[in-house]
Design a protein around this ligand. Structure first.
Ligand code: AMP
Length: 402
């Protein structure tokens, strides 16, 4: 293939994040972000990495995703990297929900678009925005292969015992209620990168991946295949997150409806936006929470303890699911940067073979690295995630086969 560039698009309802990569050496040529699409004060921040130039910012009205993508293309064109460049091999789109149908990255055609649309009831916030991004990119470059890379795909290998909720089967099937899992691109990338760090093939290692960002999820990966993950029908289940509750007794919802007289939408907002760390202590940034703890703040300390308690429960659960664990990998904003979280999550698990070395844990680095001592039975690793590279890699591999 002579064209070697892939544009990765992550389209939200009012934002588009993008990266342009050269797949000959996986280098990043440009990256940027458009925010507040549809408002008077839309903002574009573009960083031309290939030319080493300074970031450029632009603020003004951008009516819709088409205007946003045209503005992105114009910025790219200033460095000879525009959407019309013959060097562009494909556009890779992050799509949050692929249901059970999409188990692999998929070249987008009208039937694929229809299927992504059919999944909107189970991903009402994300899939419509992803679709808008895809439709816009297709209208700008109808001749170019466009690939959907699904957040759920890596988790489609989960056995039914992990994927099904224990509710009436007919009701569940009628409404497509099951555990799909999310952050799959990150779990796939990090589990493979962890195997590489250990100098072993992905098929030969069992890994617990802890993706701890503003959203957070854990997965149990046996020989490169996901066998369980903490997010479910939606990204609300599982770990304590920045603003999401993670696991709660479902009866909390009935109680809030009956006794708290709250509406469905109010409870949705409460559990997705006003819970987790922000609900517990008013902050969702782990840096701020650690700063408050250092000053003796009790609410912040309790929020941290609840966060760690849940994390530890999932580590133990996935240890039991896997039976044998070779490595546990911390990734994303909190996992990569917050040494106290890593230390606390693994503290007391020596009997399971998990130990963190204080000095190694304190090292700051962008490289994958081990933070467990050499003699430890289970390797504890910090592995920076790279969802854009993973999307670009999968996209490029797929269009290379067309
Ligand atoms: P992500 O969603 O992966 O971008 O992660 C974002 C979160 O990472 C932020 O909300 C912070 O809580 C956390 N974070 C980022 N940098 C640090 C840091 N240096 N120390 C602790 N937490 C951090």
């Amino acid at each position: 293939m002579s064209s070697s560039r892939v544009l990765v698009l992550n389209s939200g309802s009012s934002s588009v994040k993008y990266q342009l990569l050269d797949m000959r050496d996986s280098s990043r040529l440009a990256m940027g972000l458009v925010e507040r699409i549809g408002e008077e004060s839309s903002r574009l921040k573009h960083t031309p990495l290939a030319s080493g130039g300074a970031s450029r910012e632009w603020t003004g009205p951008m009516a819709d995703h088409e205007a946003a993508l045209k503005a992105v293309s114009a910025e790219l064109a200033k460095d000879g990297l525009g959407l019309d460049s013959p060097e562009l091999a494909a556009i890779g789109h992050r799509v949050v929900h692929g249901g059970r149908h999409f188990t692999e990255p998929t070249v987008i055609d009208d039937a694929v678009l229809a299927e992504i649309e059919r999944l909107i009831p189970v991903a009402p916030l994300h899939n419509p925005a992803n679709l808008t991004g895809i439709r816009t990119a297709r209208s700008l470059r109808p001749d170019l292969p466009q690939v959907a890379v699904f957040d759920t795909a890596f988790h489609t290998t989960m056995p039914e015992s992990a994927a099904r909720y224990a509710i009436d089967v007919e009701t569940a099937d009628r409404h497509r209620i099951r555990r799909y899992g999310f952050h799959g691109t990150s779990h796939a990338y990090v589990s493979r990168a962890t195997a590489k760090l250990l100098g072993r093939a992905p098929e030969d290692v069992n890994v617990i991946v802890l993706h701890l960002g503003n959203g957070a999820s854990a997965s149990a990966v046996r020989g490169g295949r996901c066998v369980d993950t903490s997010m479910g029908l939606t990204p609300l289940e599982g770990l304590v997150m920045g603003t999401r509750s993670g696991d709660v007794d479902p009866a909390v919802i009935f109680h809030l409806m009956r006794v708290g007289e709250m509406s469905t939408d109010e409870i949705d907002t409460l559990l997705n936006k006003k819970s987790g760390l922000i609900g517990l202590c008013g902050d969702n940034d782990m840096r701020e929470i650690r700063r408050r703890i250092d000053e003796g703040d009790q609410r912040a300390a309790l929020a941290f303890d609840i966060y760690i308690h849940r994390l530890k429960k999932y580590i133990g659960a996935y240890y039991a699911v896997l039976g044998k664990v070779d490595a546990i990998a911390f990734t994303a904003g909190v996992g990569e940067n917050a040494a106290p979280v890593r230390e606390a999550a693994v503290a007391g698990l020596e009997e399971l073979g998990m130990v963190v070395d204080g000095e190694l844990n304190a090292v700051r680095s962008d490289e994958p690295r081990l933070i467990s001592p050499g003699h430890a039975r289970v390797a504890v690793a910090v592995v920076p995630t790279d969802e854009e590279l993973e999307i670009a890699t999968q996209t490029y591999a797929l269009v290379g086969r067309i």
